[in-house]
Design a protein around this ligand. Structure first.
Ligand code: NAD
Length: 407
């Protein structure tokens, strides 16, 4: 697991180390258009190439803010980020006639990490499947073989009252949900809609191979070793054969991780337990569709989708780092989006994808600081207390100041 580096996710306080460095920024919009700008870093600076995929809706707004913050953190920590922008999702459909242009995938494959914002929007909702923005996302995951999706659900003390659940239920929640991302019913064949004897049938195939389950189980046990040493594997083995295989393989792999406690839970119970007593969980590992649903449910423990980052890792090649939320077309272009999930996704990129835990820590601490200082976008605004409601740009500027130590 070359791309699973440091695994601590806390937002603790840490001192800042200043070091002169400079940054180069480039952008390209598919088809070879490329423009470079910026300052050369000293020869000694560490350099990372990052593909930026702004996508649709609020994507460009939150990614622009995040790029500025990354540039500043890089400057203070002596790390050079070389950014190249590429098209994906609806923006790519409009510009290039496909949700994942070949140049985009090639660009991503050749970089050290991919920082994605979000895709999708009403405009493309009734397109045929191959011309949907989501098809680009699935193609990106498959094309980079990012089979392990890490979604932390951490309830920050500053936001414990933003959850719809009681403070005593959510306070202190720190769960890492590990979702298998390139298999299961989302990719299984056969699939389709057919007419048989005059009746329409829709079908997909829920399918996992032993190696697919083996490798995701290893990721889960590895990560648990660096956290609370407990893994809960979620399946539906009481009904589904594919889940019985999942359970058998996870149990086999566990024999190599004697220091980690393993439990199994049926997915329906897991959904209920996440709401009833989320603090019982440390690491949860599950398949693609169960993970999709459970991680969204877990996200609401934390109060806002706008706070949740994710990482999708392969065992070789670049990872994809993106917020859990979508493109929020209802608030796009209005400077209302919360950019913190995107900034925390950049922190995950630095921690898990680029082996820059120091940079990740600065980003996480800066987010912590702006929340402590009372800055809130609309989605996490609370009544009463000393809070300042701000837009996307102002939130980004606050994080920038926190990075500079001037907040
Ligand atoms: P969504 O996550 O975009 O929005 C759900 C709600 O949360 C909306 O009210 C939105 O305004 C709010 N919200 C989301 N992110 C926010 C942020 N950063 N700051 C403030 N508020 C935020 O989900 P949806 O409405 O179901 O989907 C909209 C589009 O996004 C669809 O086209 C969908 O396919 C797509 N989508 C993309 C991804 C992705 O890119 N990974 C994930 C989910 C949905």
């Amino acid at each position: 697991m070359a791309h699973v580096c440091g695994l601590g996710m806390g937002l603790g306080a840490v001192g800042r180390v200043g070091a002169g460095a400079s940054v180069s920024v480039s952008s390209s919009h598919g088809a070879g258009r490329r423009a470079r700008a910026g300052v050369r870093a000293p020869a000694s600076a560490k350099s990372h190439s990052v593909t930026l995929l702004p996508g649709d809706g609020i994507g460009p707004e939150i990614l622009s803010v995040t790029r500025d913050v990354l540039v500043e953190v890089g400057r203070t920590k002596g790390v050079e980020f070389s950014f190249t922008e590429a098209l994906v999702g609806g923006a790519a459909i409009d510009a290039a006639g496909t949700p994942l242009p070949a140049e985009t995938l090639e660009q991503c494959r050749g970089s050290d990490a991919v920082l994605l914002a979000a895709i999708g929007g009403y405009k493309w909702d009734s397109n045929p499947r191959e011309l949907r923005p989501e098809t680009g996302l699935l193609g990106l995951r498959a094309g980079l073989n990012t089979f392990a999706n890490l979604r932390p659900a951490i309830v920050l003390p500053q936001l414990a009252d933003a959850s719809t659940l009681k403070r005593e239920v959510v306070s202190g929640v720190d769960i890492m949900i590990i979702r298998e991302l390139t298999g299961d019913v989302y990719f299984g064949e056969p699939k389709g809609i057919e007419v048989r004897d005059g009746v329409r049938w829709g079908f997909n195939n829920m399918i996992y191979s032993e190696p697919e389950v083996d490798r995701i189980a290893r990721v889960a046990f590895d990560i648990a070793r660096k956290r609370g040493k407990r893994v809960c594997s979620v399946d539906k083995a009481n009904v589904l054969d594919v889940s019985q295989l999942w359970r058998d393989v996870v149990t086999d792999v566990h024999s190599e991780f004697g220091d980690v406690e393993l439990s199994h839970m049926y997915v329906d119970n897991a959904a209920m337990q996440l709401i009833r007593n989320p603090k019982q969980f440390d690491v949860m590992v599950t398949g693609n569709i169960f993970g999709d649903i459970l991680s969204d449910a877990a996200s609401m423990l934390t109060g806002s989708l706008g706070m949740l980052p994710s990482a999708s890792l392969s065992d070789s090649g670049p990872g994809v780092f993106e917020p859990v939320h979508g493109s929020a077309p209802d608030i796009a272009g209005q400077d209302l989006a919360n950019p913190l999930a995107q900034i925390l996704s950049a922190a995950m990129m630095c921690r898990y994808g680029l082996d820059e835990p120091g940079v990740a820590q600065v980003l996480e601490d800066a987010v912590d600081k702006v929340l402590d200082a009372g800055y809130r976008t609309g989605d996490i605004m609370e009544q009463g207390g000393n809070f300042k409601q701000v837009g996307c740009k102002a939130m980004g500027e606050a994080v920038l100041k926190a990075v500079q130590g001037t907040l």
